[in-house]
Write a protein that binds this ligand. Structure first.
Ligand code: ATP
Ligand code: MG
Length: 647
């Protein structure tokens, strides 16, 4: 493929000097004997029995640290009880309504023990499944850690999902207990969580008890013999519960993917390998130090919340901010105000969140003192260079490195990212840079052959790593078929990517969303990046529609920034802009102005839905869609446009 095809990547823009980075040396040596490499890291955790074998690899199933015994809550809590961490804040919590609470490691330890005792009293045993449907309050991590203490496997369902989605996940995981609250606060309204649980439980048969935390103080129905208030459950419980010594591959949790590309998949993670990986990556990427105040606003309902809000920071004894509500409530400066209030040093957010706040301009963040920040991160989608620069300039005041972390629910932890703890490599806006130590990544063509630098292809991982999922719950066939069959021996994440001439990795979107325009393969993100480079555009979603001549033509939905109005001139200007940035082949066929684009509840653009609407095909599973109105809007916009073209 000609090099000119990558001209859209701003490869010349580099931030930070990498001359003293140890990254390359560490990465090289990690691959020489990766089992020894991982074993050395695992030794930094506390095991009650050491493993017999580091890796038992029966492709495509891996077991890490077999024979070893470990407990997650012990590693997150008990370990810190003999150190100065004990009296440090584990969580500094703020409710959406301004309520405040701090909880030290010692207090967290105490609460977890009592709640674990409550679970035992209810007859919950090792291997039982617990479903969570909770707002972001400190009791949420308490209950999760308590579950891990007794060896119960948990599954978190994001509290914005419907009763049907909750029932599906309860049925799939066969949960016996549900932990919820009466309600939670979101954008000033009360979400009636218990009511939704009641509704879901009419469609399930495995649940014998529901524990209900009082948060919103609303009237709810309590079913006798089934429902129990949190406060009653912890009455007269023991203040110490012996942590269950669990086999390294004991199932820690089941988590359903975001549903961006189709029906959500139930990803099953083990314990010892997962904890080792999350521990290592938290250190490399976030470089957490004793005095840091770390904030990852991700909801626990997503894998980011599992790995880098709960386990990673707690394993390191770090202090985290926890916030209950919406990032733009009561106004879009809430996050900046909180960074200022708590002197946050490390902030890990999403491109979608950054673009949404960027839309409101620079004044809001500039009203606040953000100088405590020293490191910024992003996760969830490729970050457009324009959004990267705004994050870097305006939020980080041109002094904070940005770690763009590429990973998936399936991978358990970050796979590609700069790693400040090993010495920063130079950063390029929009590139996740390089694979972390122990990770062997490559880009291959349809046949599985490595492609050269500057050529697009499929990203693959060529050897197992400790954070990898064990299987898809109840569906090992789908596990094999989705991730391992396309390129035998390699893990196939399903993303499209390219390496530039310095070897940097750039993620170009989902492999099944790549456009084929007149013989040129274009990642959706390449066109979206170009759109967002234009000063008027806050966000764009791109999809292909079938075209008799070109194969596919490009349809763009654009959301404008504050202060810009849709007009024919602007549309023409945008056509010209994309053509100028990417070349004539990438000129969109249609550009539509909209107020929102279809997104998952985790905030990712659902391009398959955009594509289905643009090509008039079935829109498929939309159980994780955030707002149905977005689909109606793009449908209406397209219909009106095509009607006007016809007439
Ligand atoms: P589903 O698998 O149900 O379609 P999903 O893939 O969105 O949902 P997640 O596991 O939450 O579910 O997201 C992983 C995906 O998110 C990756 O495969 C990738 O496409 C995208 N992604 C995450 N982080 C980054 C990043 N830093 N750069 C580019 N893409 C990213
Ligand atoms: Mg996925």
């Amino acid at each position: 493929m000609p090099n000119s095809e990558i001209s859209s990547l701003p490869v010349d823009e580099k931030y930070f000097d990498d001359s003293s980075s140890n990254y390359r040396a560490v990465h090289d040596s990690s691959l020489k004997d990766s089992e020894q490499f991982w074993a050395n890291i695992a030794k930094e955790l506390s095991w009650s029995r050491e493993w017999d074998e580091v890796l038992e690899w029966k492709p495509p199933f891996a077991k890490w640290f077999t024979g070893g015994k470990i407990n997650a809550s012990f590693n997150c809590l008990d370990r810190h009880m003999d150190s100065e961490q004990k009296d440090k804040d584990a969580y500094i919590w703020e409710g959406e309504n301004g309520d405040k609470r701090t909880i030290t490691y010692a207090q967290l330890y105490e609460e977890v023990n009592h709640f674990a005792s409550a679970l035992l009293n209810l007859g919950v045993k090792k291997g039982d499944k617990i479903a969570f449907y909770m707002p972001m309050v400190p009791e949420f991590p308490v209950a999760i850690l308590a579950a891990t203490r007794i060896g119960a496997t948990f599954t978190v369902v994001f509290s914005g999902f419907s009763a049907v989605a909750l029932a599906d996940r309860i049925n799939d995981s066969q949960a016996k207990l549900v932990i919820t609250s009466d309600g939670g606060f979101r954008r000033g309204k009360i979400l009636k969580l218990k009511e939704i649980v009641d509704d879901a439980l009419t469609k399930t048969s495995t649940v014998t008890n529901v524990i209900v935390l009082k948060r919103a103080g609303i009237e709810i129905n309590m079913e006798e013999n089934r429902d129990i208030w949190w406060d009653d459950a912890i009455k007269d419980t023991d203040d110490f519960v012996e942590p269950e010594q669990l086999e390294s591959d004991h199932p820690l949790y089941i988590l359903y993917t975001s549903g961006t590309t189709g029906k959500p998949k139930g990803v099953l993670h083990g314990t010892g390998g997962y904890l080792t990986y999350v521990y290592a990556t938290t250190k490399w990427v976030f470089d957490i130090k004793k005095d840091d105040v770390y904030w990852c606003p991700a909801d626990i309902g997503w894998v980011t919340g599992h790995s880098y809000f709960i386990f990673g920071p707690l394993l390191h004894g770090a202090t985290s901010i926890m916030y209950e509500g919406a990032p733009d409530y009561p106004n879009p400066e809430r996050l900046w105000e909180m960074i200022d209030r708590y002197n946050v040093t490390i902030f890990y957010f999403t491109p979608t969140g950054i673009r949404a706040l960027m839309k409101h301009g620079n004044e809001l963040p500039q009203k606040h003192d953000l100088s405590s920040l020293r490191l910024l991160g992003t996760v969830g989608e490729p970050i457009n260079p324009a959004a990267w620069r705004w994050y870097y300039d305006v939020i980080g005041n041109k002094k904070c490195p940005i770690v763009d972390t590429w990973w998936q629910t399936e991978t358990g932890g970050i796979m590609l990212s700069a790693s400040p703890n090993l010495g920063l490599v130079s950063l390029k806006p929009g590139s996740a840079t390089f694979p972390l130590p122990g990770i062997e990544a490559d880009i291959v063509d349809e046949k599985g052959n490595s492609v050269g630098l500057g050529e697009k292809g499929f990203i693959v991982i060529k050897r197992p790593w400790p954070g990898m999922f064990m299987t898809l719950y109840n569906d090992s066939e789908r596990y094999k078929q989705v991730y391992w069959e396309k390129f035998p021996g390699c893990y196939y994440p399903g993303d499209y990517a390219i390496r530039d001439h310095d070897g940097y990795f750039w993620l170009l979107g989902r492999a099944d969303e790549v456009l084929n325009v007149a013989g040129h393969r274009l990642g959706t993100i390449e066109i979206e990046d170009a759109m967002v480079e234009h000063p008027a555009v806050a966000e764009a979603a791109v999809a292909g529609k079938p075209d008799e001549i070109k194969g596919e033509s490009i349809v763009v939905f654009a959301i404008l920034k504050k202060g810009y109005e849709p007009s024919e001139e602007l549309r023409t200007d945008l056509f010209n802009h994309v053509r100028k940035v990417l070349g004539p082949v990438a000129t969109p066929e249609e550009i539509h102005f909209v107020n929102m684009v279809p997104k998952t509840r985790s905030g990712k653009i659902m391009r398959r839905v955009v594509k289905a609407v643009a090509s008039g095909t079935d829109i498929g599973d939309i159980t994780t869609l955030e707002d149905g109105a977005s689909v109606d809007e793009i449908k209406k916009t397209i219909d009106e446009f095509r009607q006007s073209v016809k007439s």
